[in-house]
Structures are given as C-alpha cells and as structure tokens.
Design a protein around this ligand. Structure first.
Ligand code: PMP
Length: 465
C-alpha cells in the first residue's frame, strides 16, 4: 500500500475526482454519478484499489505494462537518471547518454530496414510525426502532390486531430468535424463482425478487403496518395485479427503502387504478437513504424517513430531541417525507463515467452470458452484475445446495442470476479502482461468463464435471452 498518496478514503478521492478531474474517453456526468474506481498499487499482474480489492490486470493497464508492475530495475534506472540529468532537450545540437543508448538499443531490435528512431511522448504524437515526415519524404522525391493518407474504418491511431483523422472511429469523427481533408478510409478485415459474408471464406474475405486499398489508390490517383497506415491487429477496434491472406495482399499492393506502408505498432510492438513487431508476425516490410506503450512498459510516457533507411535517406539529403519536435522528445527519464524495460524483455526472453508459452496457452483457453452459449467466436493471436458476445450462438445474432451487454460483462468481470477485461461494444478483449504465470492465465480464463455464466444468469433473469 502506498502510504504517501493513499492517505484518504475512497470516497474522498472519488469526490475530489468528480469535482476536478476530466477523464479521457468518459461520459463525465455518468462517471461522476457512479464514482471512479481508485487504483492505488500494483505488483506483477495484480492491481489493488483503495478498498483493498485485488484484480488480475488482463489489459496490462492500457496495453502497455508488458513487463508487469513493481519492476525495481525500471524504478531504479529512472531515479538514477533523474539524479544525473532530469531534463535536457535534444533540439539544439545536443543529445544525452540515455537518448543515444536507447536509440541504439531500439535499432538493434527493429526490423532490418529501420535504423533510426524519432522520439515522441505518446502514440498520438508518433502518428502526427508520421504524417509530417511522410509528406516531407515525397516533397524530397519531387512528388509534392502525394499528400493523402489512407487508413481504415474502425482503425485507431490516437486522439490528436491528425491521429483522429488517420483513424476510422466514426464516433470520434462525428464529434469534431473530422477527418480533415486529405484522409480516406477503406473497410476493415473484420470477418466475424461484418456478418461473415456468405460464400466467402475468411481468407477470401481478407484478400477482398485488402484489394480495397488498390481500388482506393486508383480512385484517388496514385500521384495523390502518400501512405497507407494500419495496425497489424486492430486493438481498440476490438482485437480484430485479420485473415492470413490480408497482409501479404497489402504488401503486394504497396510494392506495385508507389505509396508508403506504415504499420502502427503502438499495441503490437515489443512482442505482443509473439515476435518483436506485428509487421514481423505478418511478414511485411513497413517504411515507418509508430511505437509507444510497451516502449517503456508504461513506466514513463513515451512514443517514437522508427524510420526506414528508404525514408531517412532522401529526407536527410534534401529536406535540410525537419521543423518538427517536442520539448520532451527523448526525455532522459523516459529513455532510462525504456532501456530498462527493453533489457527486461531481452534478459527474461519475454517475447519468446509470449510466442512459446503464453500465446499457445491463451489460444487453448480461449478456444475452451467458445462453447459457452453466449459466445459467438473467440480468437487470439500472440497474447491478445477477444470474445464475441452474441444472443444467438447459431446465427450470430447480436444483442440490441442499447442493452450494453459488453459493458455488463465488463462490470461483472471487474466488479465481481476481479478480472480487468475491456468491452468494445459486445466484444470482450484482453491483453495481459507477459510476466503472467501459467497458473494466473488459467485463473484468468476461469474468471472469464464465471463472468459469462453470471451474464447468462442476469440476461435470463431479465428476460433478454
Ligand atoms: N495507435 C494505436 C494502435 C493505439 O492503440 C493507440 C492508443 N491506444 C495510439 C496509437 C495512441 O497512443 P496514445 O494514447 O499514447 O496517444
């Protein structure tokens, strides 16, 4: 228990919070009526709240605490760095040891075509950087008309205005008059969620969805298209795992048409899919890769963009100064946290652990949940999982959206069974820390099943089934 900060009651914190704290992605009136859960400490994969309740963190915070909570190595590295040099900028012909060392360490684990990293403070800022750098690249090649970004419906690339425009979240677009001009979106490769079109296998469907990129480039004119950006596996959209046919077809199109390929590795990077990068898992060769989250395992806010030699070359040769950067680009404490986190991933062979131990076990456990009457489909890839809740298992009929069945499942999971899973509509998703033991993973699946059983009871009692 953290005695320094946790000195008031839960009700005190909730009242302070309700009066003064505006939360991200929250209906504040609703949240303030209910009161926030106050999480005060954590160890390994376990969270504790101010009432002493313990939860298995099936989401690694927000897809970021990959090496688990309570890692003294990271705490020590950050403290040491803050004593030596708490801050210095990397703008005016200066660097510092932590930035140089972290950049080198990152390049050593990056795909072979990537040798440079630009530091940011978040995934959103990484994608703003991608937007500006990709456009400068085409200017340097004498093709300044190549400006349009193609993203995907239901893709997520962050919350700044540019990242929101790149992404395809209809609700976000609706609220702010976005996307800006210069963004286009194709459909997502979401086999289960888009009605499992009759007569099409998932592989045929995946290929068709990828071919939409080709059609969109032709519609807009290749000479006007800058880049295609996509998450290897859509995270916030609902852990949407593309059919195996999807990415090879995207790569073919990007090879044949002259546009940049950008894989947003903010969630998939640093081992989440069982190899270092989602691009590696799907065998594609991106030109730019935004990263964040697992970069420091969430111990410090940080993001970055891996820049391929193909993009770096012309920009370094022709652009002169790239007028872009953040005060905290390469913040020393963030670099120290990143280096320590990377060292843990390497020394404890955690990416291999995801691939060889956790992913196969999760696949088996999630497949085991698929027999539940409320479950239409389960799917996993690496250490990511999804459970599709349906009203009718045979037909795949969904519940009425207004019922909020996903939210009910999440509340039961967290509130009654002590398991943090997230709901995206009626899809339950999970993305646990890589240090989870096999016993803890089994326990997580057991709690997920108990949640489903309780949900079925509740819906039956209410006459919804
Ligand atoms: N890209 C992807 C794929 C993400 O999942 C997220 C965050 N969930 C972002 C970008 C934005 O990152 P941040 O919240 O750090 O700005």
């Amino acid at each position: 228990m953290n005695q320094q900060t946790n000195i008031r009651s839960t009700a005190d914190y909730q009242a302070m919070d309700a009066a003064h704290h505006w939360h991200p992605f929250s209906d504040m009136a609703d949240l303030n009526r209910k009161g926030s859960r106050v999480i005060s400490s954590a160890q390994g994969v376990w969270l504790t709240d101010t009432d002493g309740n313990r939860f298995i963190d099936g989401m690694s915070g927000l897809w970021c605490v990959n090496v688990g909570y309570g890692r003294e190595e990271i705490v020590e590295a950050v403290a040491r760095q803050l004593r030596d040099l708490p801050y210095y900028n990397t703008f005016f012909q200066c660097t510092h040891p932590a930035a140089a060392e972290f950049a080198e360490a990152l390049a050593n684990v990056a795909p072979p075509q990537m040798n440079r990293v630009f530091f940011t403070n978040s995934g959103s800022e990484s994608n703003d950087t991608v937007f500006r750098l990709a456009r400068v690249y085409w200017d340097c090649l004498g093709k300044p008309s190549k400006k349009i970004f193609i993203g995907r419906k239901n893709g997520y690339h962050g919350s700044t205005a540019t990242a929101t425009s790149m992404g395809g979240m209809a609700a976000m677009h609706g609220q702010s008059g976005l996307p800006f001009n210069g963004f286009a979106h194709i459909d997502q490769p979401y086999w289960y969620g888009e009605g499992r079109p009759e007569g099409l296998s998932p592989e045929e469907f995946g290929k068709l969805r990828a071919k939409q990129l080709e059609a969109k480039i032709d519609e807009l004119g290749e000479e006007n298209v800058c880049a295609f950006i996509a998450e290897p596996i859509q995270g916030a959209g609902g852990v949407i795992i593309p059919p195996e046919s999807y990415w090879p077809e995207i790569q073919r199109i990007c090879n044949e048409r002259e546009i940049l390929l950008i894989t947003d590795e903010v969630i998939c990077g640093f081992g989440r899919t069982g190899s270092w990068w989602g691009a590696e898992t799907y065998g594609v060769t991106p030109d730019l890769m935004p990263i964040a989250k697992g970069m420091t395992s969430g111990y410090q806010p940080m993001g970055g963009v891996f820049i391929s030699d193909k993009v770096a070359g012309p920009v370094m040769e022709k652009a002169g100064e790239f007028y872009h950067g953040y005060t905290y680009s390469g913040h020393p404490a963030a670099c120290a946290a990143g280096l320590a986190s990377l060292r843990i991933l390497q020394e404890e062979k955690l990416v291999e652990r995801v691939r060889d131990v956790l992913a196969p076990r999760m696949a088996k456990l999630w497949a085991g949940l698929a027999d539940h009457p409320l479950v239409g489909e389960t799917r996993t890839r690496g250490f990511l999982g999804a459970i599709e809740l349906v009203k009718n298992k045979e037909t795949g009929e969904r519940f009425d959206g207004d019922l909020g069945v996903g939210g009910m499942a999440r509340d039961l999971s967290v509130g009654k069974h002590g398991l943090v899973m997230r709901a995206v509509g009626d899809t339950m998703i999970a993305s646990p820390p890589y240090v989870m033991t096999e016993e803890e993973l089994d326990e997580m699946a057991a709690r997920a099943r108990a949640t489903l059983d309780d949900l079925a009871d509740k819906l039956t009692r209410e006459g919804r089934l």
